[in-house]
Design a protein around this ligand. Sequence first.
Ligand code: 13P
Ligand code: SF4
Length: 349
Amino acid sequence: QMSQKMLEERVAEVKEKLGKRLYIPGHHYQKDEVIQFADATGDSLKLAQLSAENKDAEFIVFCGVHFMAETADILTSQNQKVFLPDMRAGCSMADMADIQQTERAWEKLQEIYGETILPLTYVNSTASIKAFVGSHGGATVTSSNAEKMVTWAFEQKERILFLPDQHLGRNTAFNLGVGLEEMAIWNPIEDKLEYEGDISRVKVILWKGHCSVHENFTFQNVYDTRRKYPEMKIIVHPECRREVVELADLSGSTSYIINAIEKAESGSSWAIGTEMNLVNRLIKNHPDKHIISLNPHMCPCLTMNRIDLPHLVWCLDSIEEGNEHNRIQVSQDIACDAKLALDRMLQIS
Ligand code: 13P
Ligand code: SF4
């Protein structure tokens, strides 16, 4: 059993030894014990951009979740190897859409809407779904470019299918002027379109998926916060439900939230609706501001939290010993089509 200090020394030692051959990107939701060793931190878009740009690193140890490591593998070259320190670090939202369900949905939607529909997928999805979207002319989306990407999609086709986060899809389309009555839900469990009325009016088909962390921020949380702290500004991630985003003062990606807090006046007060590690880090880094979680019971992402110091050390040890455990390798054919979807996004954003 190694102490925290020994684990930290071990990470520092491997980093020193491998130098530029090793690159550790870390998502903003990662634990402090891990993020302290990240060579770069970012939201999903920035981490994807950095992966596409990095030509030096031989070993990329991705501190984030599975779909992010897959994206890094797709965007880096053949001789670069991507690792995920714990294979159980998945994403419950990405798990809500599989490729078979997507193919069945597409077939039915083609019967209803013919060629008038374009698929878009949030990057929080499997490489197979990105490949499906890429090979059907569509693109990936992140929370920081969703409006741009949905606008682009509507320049291509009359309708879009948005996978797998109904909330990001709904919030984005709504901000672009699509009415709630023009949005339908695709239910992948029952293989059916949920919509009451004339289906020809539908412009956006939202996959029935959600983030189990951000669904914990509720109307009641907003109501209680407004009553208790009338001066407080509320800022949330667009993976939150429509009513929460609607009633908040601001919404945006993790980087957007960080920027807003950094720019905020000293003495200002903020309730934040996003993952716990990021909220706690903002509280710690801004002692001059009053910051709380919008949901008083802090909301952790259990899968993000699976990446911890012991797993990071174990992964680095295996790289150093040449065993290369936990490598993330997307098969060539899937990677090729998925890259089409990612490249369309990277070009536009
Ligand atoms: P962003 O960092 O792109 O806002 O993504 C949030 C998230 O939930 C990642 O899983
Ligand atoms: Fe997935 Fe939500 Fe965790 Fe992000 S916060 S990795 S969307 S479960």
